[in-house]
Each structure stands twice: as structure tokens, then as C-alpha cells.
Design a protein around this ligand. Sequence first.
Ligand code: GLN
Length: 189
Amino acid sequence: MKIGVLALQGAVAEHIRSIEWAGAEGVAVKRTEQLDELDGLIIPGGESTTIGKLMRKYGFIDAIRQFASEGKALFGTCAGLIVLAKSIEGGEEPHLGLMDITVSRNAFGRQRESFETDLDVKGIDNPVRAVFIRAPLITKTEAGVEVLSTYKDEVVTARQGKLLVSSFHPELTDDYSLHKYFLDMINGG
Ligand code: GLN
């Protein structure tokens, strides 16, 4: 199985490493043509406005919408979650707008900009080590979206068909269980 990591900005190398630990091949994606050879794509954390701008510039908005319409899987982490959301609080234009969720950017506020915790995630037996960095929250989920984990009653991991999102960075620790979950999801799990 071959998984791409969108390499326009953000934490790319760490995702590739986690994907390889989980048992698939990971590649950095810089051109839309590369999507043809992939089973799934990760949109990493970073800065969603910058990633969105670069996606528009290099033709990734239409190319990834097409990729998703072919039933291929997407995994958005942190800024990648914002990029996948149908609606962004505060009136900001959505980017891919593929997932039926509303997100609030930088929702944890200044005092708790960054922190690390263990989360219970539905479908994963062990607690998942999660690193939150200026993380977004999912403030609304529509029918068809399954909540996989919460932190202090706020939704931080969710799935809709072959779309997976997390508010946190699962690639910044040596716990690759969410990457493994993504691979199982592609295999029909
Ligand atoms: N706060 C960033 C944004 O709004 C996301 C932060 C992250 O990806 N770690 O894009």
C-alpha cells in the first residue's frame, strides 16, 4: 500500500516515518500527478491558511476532490483537519470542504497552546499519545460523521466514510496506532 503526505508545508517527514512503522510505503507529494499512484493521502499539520493557498496555487483543490470522489482515503491532522472541513468558524472560506464538520481554529487558547495527553480512541485498543499544538476543535458534526475521541468533552478525532481527522499531531510521537487505523480503514476496516 502506498500513502502520500501532502508536502507543501508542515510536518511531512514524521508522517512518512509513522506510515512506514504502520507497514505501508510513505511518499512526499508535491505534484498532483503523484495522486494517481496512491491508496490514501495525509494532509499534515502546519498552518491551514498557507497550506490552502499553496493547494490552490498548485491545483490540489480539484485534484484532491477528484481523488476523494474515486473513494480514496484522506487523513487530515491539525491544519489538515481544517483544510478538510466543510465549514470554518469566523466566516473563513473553506478549503477542500469535503467533510461534514465545522471547526474552530486555535480553539484551546493561549494558555494551553501546546500539550500532550493520552486519549481513548474508538476502534483502537491502547490509549493514543496525542500532541496538541495550537489545535483546532470540531465544534459541529453532521449525520454520517462518527466521533472517535473527545478531550474534555470536545471532539478531537472523527471519521466520515474514508475521511479521518484528528485535532492533534499523531506523527510527533512513536505511537503509530492512528496511522495503523488509517491503513485498516483503507483495507475496509
Ligand atoms: N492553528 C493552525 C491553523 O489554524 C494549525 C496548527 C497545527 O497544525 N499544529 O492552521
